[in-house]
Design a protein around this ligand. Structure first.
Ligand SMILES: *[C@@H]1O[C@H](CO)[C@@H](O)[C@H](O)[C@H]1NC(C)=O
Ligand SMILES: *[C@@H]1O[C@H](CO)[C@@H](O)[C@H](O)[C@H]1NC(C)=O
Length: 462
């Protein structure tokens, strides 16, 4: 008990002890001049502290950081677009169309600003509430200390301070930790960072001719034994939107010359259920992954059994040209869903309304039916980029600079969740538009379908 407390004990001693012992009647009155310790108040403060740390999470801070980063990018993009428009303003239809695009872009930026405003206001409200809460806690603690005759709280605080000083001292003694060896763009499979793209290495018109401007081609990134040298080609033969069979060749030279193809049909006509929709598909493990007709489904076509299994993207994901690839001059229709292969497997790249039309990356588990695995949200607006590809679990995005040049300007590292907008890697084009772009982890080449031509480019790593 407290030595400072004045304790008055009034013991009623019975007159006849022997009698008393028999009766076992003993009264003890304890009087404490100190008021009782308000334990419930301390508990209240403790609860308030844990609530307080719960509401201010770093995640909430990240949300506004992400909004600001995306917004900054959109505004500089808009600025570029306006400059382009001013340069090309010859009072023709093109100018009017571009103006409309800028109008839409402005409306979306306003939308983002409003969201940011709302988030900021929420933060302000939160910080006012927190300030009041902290003040209340402080007042209660001051009040509680009055009861602290044992100086328990005071000593405890002193202990904590000494402990902190000790930790600080220990930390100061430790050598500064080495900087992490993997920088965001350096890659995670032994490849250095991408420094340039050279080529084209090969360049050829498909047997279909120049009117089929949408298509895809490449090699299986994870081929069955014996299929290592096979190449596949899908041309969107109906309205530049739909395809219904996969053409395969036995070697690079046969695909370039267009001889000896084997066709595998997904459906007999198009468009119908399971028809390929849009050009951004990949082949992996002898199955074709693509967006199928009029749905937000990822379709997996098993080339051996010729059967299709599906998995749906999130309900607010864009399809049917809601979030296509685009630039100021062109929108690439039905390119909402992009598929990519890298050293680690297959990914779906799309955009959702809840991520403000910005790019979302989902790992696609290649089971039957396929499943969506880990998912990452970026600040990269889908309609300001022209394509994407993945290398060593890093997403890269391209944008249109002019008819001769496409630029890899953006990366998102899914291992560290860091994104960059400052890459300046150029791809020299032979035709104006790129409809399909994918990376083959086996030969480190980029496979490109560009206005009816099929090309490869070599990625140069540091
Ligand atoms: C943010 O929202 C408040 C309240 O709706 C409004 O008064 C203010 O003008 C807004 N600020 C901006 C920059 O939009
Ligand atoms: C295709 O189906 C067969 C038979 O069910 C199966 O053995 C094979 O693994 C499947 N291929 C893919 C890529 O799922």
């Amino acid at each position: 008990m407290n030595q400072n407390k004045i304790i008055i004990l009034m013991i009623v001693i019975p007159q006849f002890l022997s009698q008393e012992m028999r009766r076992k009647d003993c009264v003890c009155d304890l009087k404490n001049t100190d008021p009782a310790f308000p334990e419930n108040k301390l508990r209240k403060v403790e609860n308030a502290v844990s609530r307080c740390t719960g509401t201010i999470t770093s995640e909430k801070m990240l949300e506004s950081d992400r909004l600001v980063l995306g917004l900054r990018q959109r505004i500089s993009q808009l600025d570029d677009n306006v400059k382009t428009l001013e340069k090309e303003d010859d009072r023709n239809v093109y100018g009017a169309v571009s103006l409309r695009i800028i109008d839409l872009e402005l409306a979306e930026i306003q939308d983002l600003l409003d969201k940011l405003n709302k988030t900021t206001r929420n933060f302000q409200q939160l910080s006012i509430e927190t300030k009041t809460q902290l003040k209340n806690m402080k007042d209660t603690m001051v009040e509680l200390e009055k009861f602290d005759n044992m100086q328990v709280i005071k000593k405890e605080r002193e202990n904590q301070r000494i402990k902190r000083d000790l930790e600080q001292c220990q930390n100061d003694l430790k050598p500064t930790p080495p900087t992490p060896t993997i920088s965001p763009e350096k890659g995670h499979c032994g490849l250095g960072k991408i420094v340039s793209v050279s080529g084209p290495k090969t360049y050829s018109l498909t047997v279909y001719g120049t009117s089929y401007t949408f298509g895809a081609w490449g090699r299986d990134a994870n081929p069955a034994p014996g299929d290592e040298n096979k190449y596949w080609l899908v041309v969107l033969s109906s309205s530049n939107v739909f395809g219904h069979f996969v053409r395969q060749y036995n070697s690079m030279s046969t695909i370039l010359l267009g001889v000896g193809p084997t066709d595998t049909y997904i459906s007999r006509s198009n468009p119908t259920t399971n028809t390929i929709q849009g050009p951004n598909m990949v082949m992996y493990g002898n199955a074709l992954y693509y967006n199928c007709y009029n749905t937000l489904n990822v379709c997996k076509f098993n080339m051996t059994t010729r059967t299709v299994s599906t998995v749906a993207l999130p309900k607010d994901a864009g399809y049917n040209s809601v979030y296509p690839f685009a630039h100021i001059g062109t929108t690439y229709s039905y390119t909402d869903m992009d598929f990519s292969t890298d050293e680690f497997g297959v990914y779906a790249i799309y955009a959702t309304t809840s991520n403000f039309g910005n790019v979302v990356i989902s790992k696609v588990e290649t089971s039957t039916p396929p499943l969506l695995g880990q998912t990452w949200s970026t600040t990269l607006h889908k309609r300001t980029i022209t394509n994407t590809f993945m290398v060593c679990s890093v997403l890269y995005a391209t944008r249109y600079l002019d008819k001769d040049t496409e630029e890899i300007f953006y990366s998102y590292d899914t291992k560290t969740n860091t994104e960059r907008y400052d890459l300046r890697i150029h791809i020299k084009k032979m035709q104006t538009n790129i409809q399909f772009l994918n990376y083959d982890p086996r030969d480190h080449l980029l496979y490109v379908y560009s206005d009816a031509y099929i090309l490869t480019y070599e990625i140069m790593f540091q």
